[in-house]
Each structure stands twice: as structure tokens, then as C-alpha cells.
Design a protein. Structure first.
Length: 208
């Protein structure tokens, strides 16, 4: 998942890279800038209100120490607490929306990657060795994976689109064994979904 600060600071670059991938940047990023601005405003408002509440609390302590009535200040702190909670709630809601957008952003192509619309536009950078020769017609890895029951391409297409694969059973365990600190799950998906393993992989895959 891309860092929030990176996307904020390089939003035009991210949009351009998405277009280079043939992806609709508007659909992926949605209202990122507006949501991010609302989140930051809510955080600032919460911090400002908290500072006011702290000052009011200090004033209450002084009034009580001098034997004076502090009812007005006490009511003020109650109102400020409610406003703070509302601002924090709004900030959390916008944070969740931003995280949803960030997890949907695919990998951005490196500047050295040729821009194209299909595999036909790929450029061969180098070749090592010679392709092996068989006395039979070899099957591609996606056919073998499905026949062996270790790849689920249909589910992967629903989650991330074409050219992704969901690993099942023993294959999933093998992949997860290399991810330190990640809980076990029945299946795993390469690339984008793996970044969310620690928080919601069970719910994520069970929904498909």
C-alpha cells in the first residue's frame, strides 16, 4: 500500500502513473484530495478544541481554589468534550475512507517501464540461457495451478482483476510462512492483498 503522505505530495504523478497503466485514475483515487483535506481539518479542529478545554480546566481549578463559582466553565468543558468527540469521529471516518482508497491503488510503474496497452508493447531487456525444448506441448502455469488446486484465478479476478492469482492450501501456507508476524489464513493473494494480511485477510477472502 502506498504511503498516505506520498500520495498527497505526489498526487499528479500518481494520477499520471495510473493512466500509464491504462487505469482510470478518477475511479481509483475518487475524492482523495477532498477526503484528505476534511480529515486534516477535523484533526486540527479537535486539537484546537482540546487546547481550549485544557485552558478551561485550568481556569476551573483556579476558581475553585479561590472559592468562586465555576459552573459556567464546567458547562463549557462539557460542550467542548462533545465537540472534540464529534471531530475525532469525523477524522476517523475520513481515515477509513482514505485507507480504502489507498489499498485499491495498484503498483505504480517505474519510469523505465515502457508505456503500452498490451503485452505486445513489452520490450525485451535481456535474455539468459535458451528456452527448454519439450517433446510435448507444455501447459502454462495458470492451467497447471488450477489443475493442481493451488491457484484460484476466478476468485483473483473478482478481487484484483486480470493477471492475479489467489494461492490455496499448501501454496498459501508456503507464502505466508515467509511473512513474519502475519496470522495464518486459508488463502493468500499476491501483490496488493498481501499488504492487508495482518488486519483483515480472513474477512477479505471470505467475502468472495
Amino acid at each position: 500500500m502506498l504511503d498516505l503522505n506520498f500520495v498527497r505530495d505526489h498526487l499528479p504523478q500518481v494520477e499520471e502513473k495510473l493512466r500509464q497503466r491504462g487505469t482510470n485514475a478518477a475511479e481509483v483515487l475518487k475524492d482523495f484530495a477532498a477526503i484528505d483535506a476534511e480529515r486534516r481539518q477535523a484533526i486540527t479542529a479537535s486539537e484546537t478544541l482540546q487546547a481550549q478545554r485544557n485552558r478551561a480546566s485550568e481556569e476551573i481549578a483556579k476558581l475553585k481554589k479561590n472559592g468562586q463559582d465555576a459552573s459556567a466553565q464546567i458547562n463549557e468543558t462539557k460542550q467542548l468534550r462533545e465537540q472534540i468527540q464529534e471531530s475525532e469521529k469525523k477524522a476517523a471516518q475520513q481515515e477509513a475512507r482514505l485507507r480504502e482508497i489507498l489499498t485499491a491503488i495498484p503498483n505504480l510503474p517505474h519510469d523505465s517501464v515502457p508505456i503500452g496497452k498490451s503485452a505486445e508493447d513489452n520490450v525485451e531487456a535481456r535474455r539468459w540461457g535458451s528456452p527448454p525444448k519439450f517433446n510435448f506441448k507444455p501447459k502454462p502455469h495458470w492451467e497447471l495451478g488450477e489443475e493442481l488446486g493451488i491457484l484460484d484465478l476466478e476468485r483473483a479476478a473478482k478481487i484484483s482483476g486480470a493477471r492475479f492469482a489467489v494461492s490455496r492450501e499448501r501454496e498459501a501456507i508456503t507464502i505466508l510462512s515467509h511473512l513474519k508476524g502475519c496470522p495464518f489464513a486459508r488463502s493468500s493473494q499476491s501483490e496488493r492483498a498481501l499488504c492487508a494480511i495482518s488486519t483483515r485477510i480472513r474477512i477479505y477472502f471470505d467475502s468472495f
